[in-house]
Write a protein that binds this ligand. Structure first.
Ligand code: SF4
Ligand SMILES: [Zn+2]
Ligand SMILES: [Zn+2]
Length: 329
């Protein structure tokens, strides 16, 4: 097959658009979609200036999505004095998995001369995910613990680094899966949170501003600049650009329901190309309405966690509860 734009051999046939693209036009099309998303989400605040730049923290795991995100942000903003990029890698303590991916992160950020920080569960909480998955004192999936710890680190360190935004590599497939899961679970609060956490524009463009759902000062707004690009295209981009990517899957991955949804979406997409895009277009509008409605709910009264000072409705925050129960096991 030939590229529809120039006649060179095609590397991709995108069913949802009908386009065949050569390597060159494919790379440019990914870059274009990501930059458009950055513009449409008004990611660069009008208040960011060379004298008072914004700090963007990139969640860099070493997997293809976050590696491609880091590369594209670097290409777009390395010479823009309004934006300072910092890559943050979390080391969960997973044998044979995380060490190799941390190496990929180091290689990438050294090539680009981006500031890179690594934070480990071991140093922060005195535990490793391998040990948590093994003892499992709360009888939950490993990812349920891991998610609490990761959120804690992201929130605290984003604050420490003076982050204005936290950017993650979620792609179109990830987002369509989350959207469908929220709808199928009938969880409107979750849909509202999803919007406020990472969908919609940052500043006044057509309607309401995107707002933090909580009054917690530590809230750092999130953005997902790859959310218009299908997973397969991210993988192809990483391959064609020869980026250092760590491919293995976490041995504790346990989101079985997401796996089912992923399979379902792949089948739907094959029979009805464009399904992921249309899910996200409709969902984002619905989620915005849900967010407006739910924001009016009063926020629960919180106190400071006795151990770490984080806002909580209990004596200890969720993270400290989990750390305590793991250490007691
Ligand atoms: S798959 Fe689960 S346990 Fe593994 S790193 Fe991700 S959240 Fe943590
Ligand atoms: Zn071409
Ligand atoms: Zn705490």
């Amino acid at each position: 097959m030939e590229c529809d734009k120039c006649g060179e051999p095609a590397v991709l046939h995108a069913e949802y658009s009908g386009l065949h693209l050569c390597e060159d036009h494919f790379i440019r099309s990914v870059e274009k979609r990501v930059r458009r998303r950055i513009r449409e989400d008004a990611l660069v605040s009008s208040e960011a200036t060379p004298e008072d730049p914004e700090t963007w923290v990139i969640g860099l795991s070493g997997g293809k999505d976050s590696v491609v995100l880091t590369r594209l942000l670097y290409e777009t903003f390395a010479n823009d004095p309004r934006i300072e990029l910092l890559a943050l890698t979390i080391h969960e303590g997973i044998e044979g998995y995380r060490d190799a991916s941390v190496d990929a992160c180091i290689e990438l950020t050294e090539n680009m001369e981006i500031r890179h920080e690594i934070v480990a569960y071991e140093e922060e909480f005195d535990l490793r995910m391998d040990e948590v998955a093994e003892t499992d004192p709360e009888n939950m999936a490993p990812c349920a613990y891991c998610g609490v710890f990761r959120r804690d680190i992201l929130t605290r360190y984003a604050k420490e680094y003076g982050a204005d935004k936290l950017l993650t590599g979620h792609n179109l497939d990830d987002e369509a899966q989350t959207a469908l899961m929220n709808v199928l679970e009938g969880d409107v609060t979750q849909i509202a949170k999803h919007f406020d956490a990472s969908l919609g524009p940052f500043e006044e463009t057509s309607g309401d501003d995107r707002q933090p759902r909580t009054e917690n000062e530590t809230f750092v707004p999130r953005a997902k600049p790859l959310r218009d690009v299908p997973e397969k295209e991210i993988a192809l981009f990483a391959h064609l650009e020869d980026l250092p990517v760590h491919m293995a899957e976490c041995p504790h991955a346990s989101e079985a329901y997401r796996g089912e949804i992923q399979q379902l979406l792949l089948e739907l997409e094959e029979n009805h190309p464009g399904t992921r895009h249309s899910i996200m277009a409709g969902y984002e509008d619905l989620a915005e309405i849900a967010a407006e409605q739910y924001r009016q709910d009063s926020l629960p009264d919180t106190t400071d966690c006795e151990r770490c000072g984080a806002a909580t409705t209990n004596r200890l925050c969720r993270k400290c509860q989990l750390v305590e129960s793991i250490h007691a096991a």
